[in-house]
Ligand binder design. Structure first.
Ligand code: 13P
Length: 245
């Protein structure tokens, strides 16, 4: 299973989503084993749910709260994103770790809540430049993955996104991606047993149609979590084409 997931972050209005879907759906030829997903801002979920109805394009949320309901002003529950059409949720994106105090402690109940709701949690992990320069990359990733046995996810995807490669145009080298993805695979099998061998591991960080084919050839890379390039439907189409080649 390969996945190409568009993380729109805090971009696009309804008219942009409409134009994007018009371009995407006019040319998209689904390929067996390649999943296309879009994680838009919450207000665009109903728009995309309507526009993508009847297509295999899956909707992701960019985050959701661990509690099922209650007095959490400004938050959105797993049930609500599912009700809006999502099948999956990004959790622990580095921007949420950086700006919204997301930590392993807040992510553990979110993974449990996503699974309880029947949603696929896509846990995002990655080191900062300072951590890489200090040779701490694998320790950081080990710590970020260590919540998995307790979370005991029924389904799971991982996105490795080195923070220094996000939105910078500075993509990790093939050697760096190969080292980290092999490490993540080993950790997943240690932490989750045989199920860990099946978890898709995506790469994210300045993915474009120009570098994606090379990245997809790296062992244990099952797709891309894409920011900037995913805002443009023709680039997203090209990424899907590369994943299906
Ligand atoms: P860019 O593709 O813009 O570097 O963003 C990556 C990302 O953060 C996807 O979640």
């Amino acid at each position: 299973m390969k996945l190409v997931i568009a993380n729109w972050k805090m971009n696009h209005l309804r008219r942009d989503a409409e134009a994007f879907c018009a371009t995407l759906l006019a040319s998209y030829k689904p390929v067996e084993g390649v999943v296309a997903g879009i994680a838009p801002p919450y207000p665009l979920l109903p728009v995309l749910a309507r526009l993508c109805a009847g297509s295999p394009v899956r909707l992701y949320a960019q985050n959701a709260h661990a509690e099922a309901r209650g007095a959490y002003t400004g938050e959105v529950s797993m049930a609500q994103i599912q009700d809006a059409g999502c099948t999956a949720v990004l959790l622990g994106h580095s921007e949420r770790r950086q700006y919204c105090a997301e930590t392993e402690a807040t992510l553990l109940p979110k993974i449990k809540a996503a699974c309880a709701q029947g949603l696929l949690p896509m846990l995002c992990i990655g080191e900062t430049l300072a951590q890489r320069d200090a040779n701490e990359t694998l320790d950081v990733l080990r710590r970020q993955l260590a919540i998995l046995p307790e979370a005991a996810p029924e389904s799971l995807a991982i996105a490795y996104e080195p923070v220094w490669a996000i939105g910078t145009g500075r993509v990790a080298t093939v050697a760096q991606i190969a080292e980290v993805h092999a490490f993540i695979r080993k950790e997943l099998t240690t932490l989750l047993g045989a199920a860990g061998a099946e978890v898709p591991i995506l790469y994210g960080g300045s993915v474009t149609p120009d570098n994606f084919a090379e990245i997809m050839r790296v062992p244990h890379v099952a797709g891309g979590l894409v920011g900037g390039a995913s805002l443009d439907a023709s680039k997203f189409l090209k990424l899907l084409e590369i994943a299906g080649a």
